[in-house]
Design a protein around this ligand. Structure first.
Ligand code: TRP
Length: 333
């Protein structure tokens, strides 16, 4: 049976949150049955904008691995591997940098947005500017054809395919496959404050490891409709974070539609709505938190999972590197 290969991953900059769950982890659980799935603990890429804090990047490798295992990623069906320990990724990155121009890297919308968001200006780490080429190396080293990513990452897949076509043209044959970005329909979950991006550093995230109190307080602080002052006032559903989260996590969409109508008419208080969301999030996170705590007790097992996955990934990525070197006709000793 030939399953299509999927490669995705996460920068190791901190524990994952419910935005990751809604946007990617829930899908990754399903892909385990239909695809040959690789998950990359992207510690090298994390360094491209966290070089000042290598300790955080190191620590977060285990945090993210724990999150994967806690939500039900099964290492027997999904290969969890560590970017920094796959030398072929670094070697292919260096090679690919010769197939992309600085102008093209600077024009990449993902990079442009991130440079702006981080206030880099011209003081951008070279590794950061070049990470699209490194991500192209990640994807192609596994010969992945399906790359599920958030909408913000789509330009990286486009740039990957440009590099792939250049390499294939130079080689005179299709040594690397092109990849297809699969963007989740749901879109990105906003932070609890209503800001577009949920992030731990922004202080507006609910971690998958959140305690019951943290969940309760986060829901309490959640942005709703600032003009919805009295229960009987009509309220807005659009831009109301509680409804956005209910859209993502409430399995009873009929009741949710009724609640929206009632809220818009007036007569439904934020407190009641938040109580519903809190119960849903407590139910979602409780088993994840419990499994996470169990795995955290057994670090040896987590290390073994990463070590074995990385070993498997190494064979595959080394084979691709040899293919590319040979297809380009470079010197082989
Ligand atoms: N850029 C992704 C993120 O920000 C992580 C990542 C690294 C990745 N390499 C990848 C995603 C390859 C998809 C494919 O989390």
């Amino acid at each position: 049976m030939n399953r299509p290969t999927i490669l995705t991953g996460d920068r190791t900059t901190g524990p994952l949150h419910i935005g990751h769950y809604a946007g990617s982890l829930a899908n990754r659980l399903r892909y385990q049955d239909s695809h040959d799935q690789f998950l990359l603990l992207a510690d090298t890429q994390a360094l491209t904008d966290n070089a000042h804090d290598p300790e955080k990047v190191r620590r977060s490798v285990i945090e993210v691995a724990l999150d994967y295992l806690a939500v039900g990623i099964d290492p027997a069906r999904t290969t969890i591997c560590l970017q920094s320990h796959l030398p072929a990724l670094a070697e292919l990155s260096m090679l690919y940098l010769n197939f992309v121009t600085v102008a093209r890297l600077e024009r990449n919308p993902t990079i442009k947005d991130e440079i702006r968001a981080r206030g880099f200006g011209r003081d951008i780490p070279a590794g950061f500017l070049c990470y699209p080429a490194a991500q192209a190396a990640d994807i192609t080293a596994f010969k992945a054809t399906v790359v599920p990513v958030g909408e913000d990452q789509a330009p990286l897949i486009e740039q990957t395919n440009e590099i792939v076509r250049r390499i294939n043209t130079t080689a005179g044959r299709a040594v690397l496959p092109e990849a297809r970005a699969v963007i989740p329909k749901a879109g990105r979950l906003p932070g609890i404050d209503g800001k577009a991006k949920m992030s731990k550093s922004g202080g507006n995230a609910i971690a998958l490891s959140a305690s019951p109190d943290e969940i309760r307080n986060a829901v309490k602080a959640m942005f709703t409709d600032p003009n919805h002052l009295r229960v009987e006032d009509p309220g807005r559903v659009e831009g109301n974070v509680v409804f956005t989260y209910l859209d993502a996590f409430d399995t009873d969409q009929n009741t949710l539609a009724e609640l929206k109508a009632q809220y818009q008419r007036g007569g439904l208080g934020d407190g009641k709505l938040k109580a519903r969301l809190e119960a849903i999030l407590q139910d979602l996170i409780a088993p994840i938190r419990a499994r996470r705590a169990e795995f955290a007790q057994d670090r040896g097992y987590v290390f073994d999972v990463i070590r074995e996955g990385t070993h498997r990934a190494r064979e595959r990525t080394e084979a691709t590197k040899r293919d590319v070197v040979s297809a380009l006709g470079l010197f082989e000793l």
